[in-house]
Design a protein around this ligand. Sequence first.
Ligand code: NCN
Ligand code: DMD
Length: 347
Amino acid sequence: MTDWLTVPCRIPDRAAVAAATARQGTLTKPPGSLGALEALAVRLAGLQRNERPRADRVWIAVFAGDHGVAAEGVSAFPQAVTGEMLRNFAGGGAAIAVLARELGATLEVVNLGTVNDPGEIDGVTRQVIAPSTANLRIEPAMTDAQLDAALDAGLASVRHAVAAGAEIYIGGDMGIGNTTVASALACALLDERPERLAGAGTGLDADGIARKVAVITQALQGHALATSPRERLRRLGGFEIAALSGAYVAAAQHGVPVLVDGFISSVAALAATALHPGVRPWLIFGHRSHEQGHARVLAALDAEPLLDLGLRLGEASGAALAVPLLRLACALHGSMATFAEAGVSEG
Ligand SMILES: O=C(O)c1ccc[n+]([C@@H]2O[C@H](COP(=O)([O-])O)[C@@H](O)[C@H]2O)c1
Ligand SMILES: Cc1cc2nc[nH]c2cc1C
């Protein structure tokens, strides 16, 4: 059992927040003129317990898993892509591989189970739970043991990040069909209608989206009796989504700030906060995805993402793109001259 899920989350350090807020007031700029970057630096100060936080050491974990519901024709791409992309992540050609390289971030790729299993690959951690989840339209996606294994994979990843001294943790997802899964899970957690949350994913047309809505509607009817967050995650989740939820809880328990990616990651964050409300202060939202349901999920989390660039890729790409903003917010906060140092008159 995943007993560790009940360990308390750390609480942001009020003294560091107070010190960072005071420092912001002394820097050579009109108060508030650096907008959201000021709040970001102050927030990171509290999370890192450091008046001058940093975002240099970044850990990016991409969790991949396949979904039984892909059999319903709810994706514009074949299921084989999940396994094929593992090789592309490790080979350096995937978007997140390029971004991680450019950022000097560590990229951890975790195979939780793919139908088109590439086997042992250098640079991919094999933690295969099963070739895929079950089809949630007709049965629970995961068994209890599978859910535990997925949550534990998230914990293991955060432990690796902590051991490497990560200042920021980013999780990403890869799984054909997972926008259907994430939409179903979010509908259950938010008591929302499938029409509101189901979108195009990798590029479905209107007929495809209607099919997706019908599949989610049937899934919600079939799993209506499940009301606990854990049971909803088990029945309506996926390996990579549960791993992300586990990672977010573990990061909050270990005191590592999280940069959340797009729609799927945000639904995993929603599930994580339902499992453990103490997670929320540790989540910084990287971007607003173009995926239809993301805005609703962000609103439910009272989250204002840093970027809105029309991305809808997943695999941690939107969160990675926000890393330079974090770094620059920290650099401004830590290295700007004060009015006294620069001999500039205060207002
Ligand atoms: O994260 C997002 O906002 C996002 C939005 C749309 C698609 N995706 C990615 O596309 C895949 C799922 O799309 P689909 O159409 O197969 O459900 C999966 O690998 C996700 O990482 C990701
Ligand atoms: C090619 C491809 C890459 C992806 N990365 C994340 N989801 C994806 C879906 C597809 C189809």
